[in-house]
Design a protein around this ligand. Structure first.
Ligand SMILES: Cc1ncc(COP(=O)(O)O)c(C=O)c1O
Length: 399
């Protein structure tokens, strides 16, 4: 059968990550390719207990099994204020908050609300590949902005703003996926000011700020927004469970209203059960203790990966050493093509994601992303050792 798909989706064949996941079902493969929270950190017992409590209460059970409101499950948005305060965002009213089905939906709704065909969107290069795909699906055009070790380069940002007149800037200022980089406060403030000066929207995507195992928290871009230009999106995927698909967007009431209209056409509302579970999870004070329990696990795994990189990877491999999040980013100062070498790595039972998927112009064939959150320290060492042998072999043979 030959289908005529839309122009937006016809050229898309599935993200690098999703395709790689299929390859990774073999248990012998040590995978640094995903972005999953550690299975050991998922709150199985607490969510089981909460779900039983919810369904023991007939009134609440009926409310959950019925249609809900687009904005969110009753009482849930009221609990988000303290979480926002922690990142410097104070005084948000309920009309400035929208519950969404994962941060991914928040991104999608922002593109739906603000992008027309051919509109430019600026991104820090490299950036979250899911965002690049969403922009493509709305026929927008992602343009990469240079970055240094502290994140987005403000000079290049202003040049590209003048050149492309973007509708939006997409930012992951805390422990970025894919680089693990965190922007200092002055860059965040400058970005909020540039958005006000040139009149574009900022999506601040922040799933990782609570996964900090060293250093000091930095206020959000949204905390510097005096103009209603920044929409802050936060997700419970990495702090409670990705399977619950529970996240929220915070912005001006006018923008939130528009996102809610977009959401009505997408899924009407996020699942009541997931929202009720996360609501009780917060009320029962399970949220912070569970994160506190998870952080040493992530710290240990990151340290194991950094130690293994130092020991086994070639000296031409330059890498980030983040204070939190789930990812290390690497770049070769040598003619190494991570796209071509991937097959050989899989044959040696180790997987990574090549970096090209994270660049707006699909460059970066000498780069890769390594995820450390969902493998044990022993398997991390074995996997990096295998990758080290593969890459050293290539460099020795001249690329
Ligand atoms: C930067 C970033 N944004 C959004 C998402 C999507 O997360 P969610 O599960 O909340 O849709 C991810 C997931 O890995 C991510 O890394």
């Amino acid at each position: 059968m030959s289908y005529t798909f839309s122009r937006a989706l016809a050229g898309m064949t599935g993200t690098a990550t999703r395709d790689i996941f299929k390859l990774l079902s073999r248990p012998e493969i040590i995978s640094f390719a995903g972005g999953l929270p550690a299975s050991d950190c998922l709150p199985v017992a607490q969510v089981g207990e909460i779900t039983a409590e919810i369904f023991a209460d007939k009134k609440e059970a009926l409310r959950i099994l019925q249609y809900g409101t687009t904005e969110g499950y009753p009482g849930f948005r009221e609990l988000l204020g303290p979480l926002l305060k922690e990142v410097g965002i104070a005084g948000m009213g309920l009309d400035q908050l929208l519950v969404v089905s994962g941060g991914g939906q928040g991104i999608d709704l922002m593109c739906k609300a603000f992008l027309d065909d051919g509109d430019a969107v600026l991104v820090e290069d490299p950036t979250f590949l899911g965002f690049l795909e969403t922009v493509r699906a709305y026929n927008g055009k992602s343009i990469g902005v240079r970055a240094d070790s502290d994140g987005i380069d403000l000079n290049d940002l202003e040049t590209k703003i003048k050149q492309h007149k973007p509708r939006m800037l997409y930012a992951i200022p805390d422990f970025s996926n894919p680089t693990g980089k965190t922007w200092p406060a002055d860059r965040r403030k400058a970005v909020a000011e540039l958005a006000a000066k040139y009149g574009f929207m900022v999506i601040e995507d922040d799933p990782y700020c609570r996964l900090r195992f060293s250093g000091t928290p930095v206020p959000s871009i949204k905390s510097f927004d005096t103009d209603g230009r920044v929409v802050y999106i936060s997700s419970f995927s990495k702090t409670v469970s990705p399977g619950l698909r529970c996240a929220f967007a915070a912005g001006s009431s006018e923008v939130i209203r528009k996102l809610a209209i977009g959401k009505q056409g997408a899924d009407l509302h996020s699942a009541n059960l997931s929202q009720a579970i996360v609501k009780r999870y917060l009320e029962k004070q399970y949220f912070y203790p569970n994160i506190e329990k998870s952080l040493p696990i992530y710290r240990l795994r990151k340290t194991a990966m950094i130690d293994a990189i130092r020991k086994y990877m070639p000296s031409e491999f330059k890498y980030t050493n983040p204070d939190g999040g789930l990812f290390i980013w690497g770049e070769f100062d040598a003619p190494v093509n991570t796209v071509e070498i991937f097959k050989e790595a899989i044959e040696k039972n180790a997987a990574y994601i090549n970096g090209t998927a994270f660049f707006a112009d699909c460059s970066g064939s000498n780069t890769l992303r390594l995820n450390y959150s969902n493998e044990s320290p022993e398997r991390i060492e074995a996997g990096i050792k295998a990758l080290g042998e593969v890459f050293k072999g290539h460099i020795a043979r001249g690329g």
